[in-house]
Design a protein around this ligand. Structure first.
Ligand SMILES: C[S@@+](CC[C@H](N)C(=O)[O-])C[C@H]1O[C@@H](n2cnc3c(N)ncnc32)[C@H](O)[C@@H]1O
Length: 275
């Protein structure tokens, strides 16, 4: 258990309010969470004991997708809802494959941003922006974005395990389209997204628990997740269960639960290319 007093906390953070970012860090075995985060995360784990393995599978998909995009010549990444830094961040993978790659992280959680800032202080090719991805116009005009990314060239836009925190009123398809329109031909969209298609009762229970967190969960159906890729051509193998997207690119373990039981992951992923 981490020493809560050892965690650097920006003034505006209410540590009594469970944070989706810090709960996810808890699932991943990180050390950046407080008692309120752990209490709510424990409720999730009672409802959905596979959550730590799902989080690990999601990170493994991130690694595979960044390797794939790097192989396609992408050297700029905009990672939206990037979370608290953990092993194998986007910049770690991208820079290991191309030392000239440029990475902008965005997160709305002040603790995630504070930790990213510390991690990135000696990484000149990457930066972090504290912003809400639902406001693409304001993010894309932030000085960090044009100084790190040339949006007229291909950009890898990454939105992993974050769009399921956007409600119907947030218009996730419209938000995604704004980033598509702002980025050049040959850009990619990478998404992972939880679904209620497989285990609706369990997924609804998780949505209920997250009502008390900083961000509410809003799982979507396969058709709804597919709809987020309007304007993109899906790269093979298309929209698939999280463990089935190019597992050969994994350096670790695409299926940490073993057995290929896609219902236990209840999440779709895809990579789309803008023509
Ligand atoms: C489950 S974590 C996923 C982190 C990382 N993308 C990954 O997949 O490993 C979700 C992250 O999205 C962030 N987030 C949620 N809503 C957001 C928003 N509207 N704008 C920016 N970040 C957001 C949370 O703060 C959290 O860090």
């Amino acid at each position: 258990m981490p020493d809560d007093h050892a965690i650097e906390v920006p003034d505006e953070v209410d540590i009594e309010r469970p944070s989706a970012a810090r709960m996810y860090d808890y699932y991943l075995g990180g050390s950046c969470h407080f008692a309120a985060d752990r209490t709510l995360a424990a409720e999730i784990l009672r409802a959905w004991p596979d959550m730590p393995a799902i989080a690990r599978a999601n990170r493994d998909f991130l690694h595979r997708a960044v390797r794939y995009l790097s192989g396609q010549g992408v050297d700029q990444f905009l990672d939206l809802g990037a979370g608290i830094p953990t092993a194998g961040n986007t910049h770690d993978i991208a820079l290991s494959l191309n030392p000239d790659a440029r990475i902008v992280y965005v997160d709305v959680d002040p603790v995630a941003v504070a930790h990213s800032t510390v991690i990135l202080q000696d990484v000149p090719n990457a930066t972090v922006v504290h912003a809400d991805l639902r406001e693409p116009a304001s993010i894309l005009t932030r000085s960090e974005v044009p100084s790190f990314l040339d949006l007229s060239r291909p950009v890898g836009v990454i939105m992993l395990a974050v769009l399921h925190f956007l409600t119907e009123e947030d218009d996730a398809p419209g938000v995604v389209a704004a980033y598509r329109e702002a980025t050049g031909p040959g850009s990619f969209l990478v998404v992972s997204h939880g679904t209620l298609d497989y285990m609706p009762a369990q997924a609804r229970q998780a949505e209920g628990v997250y009502q008390r967190a900083s961000h509410r969960l809003n799982f979507r159906s396969r058709a709804q997740v597919l709809g987020l890729f309007d304007g993109y051509e899906l790269e093979p193998p298309g929209l698939v269960d999280i463990i089935h997207w190019r597992p050969e690119l994994s350096a670790d373990e695409p299926d940490p639960l073993g057995g290929g039981d896609v219902a236990r992951y209840s999440g779709y992923v895809a990579v789309g290319r803008k023509a």
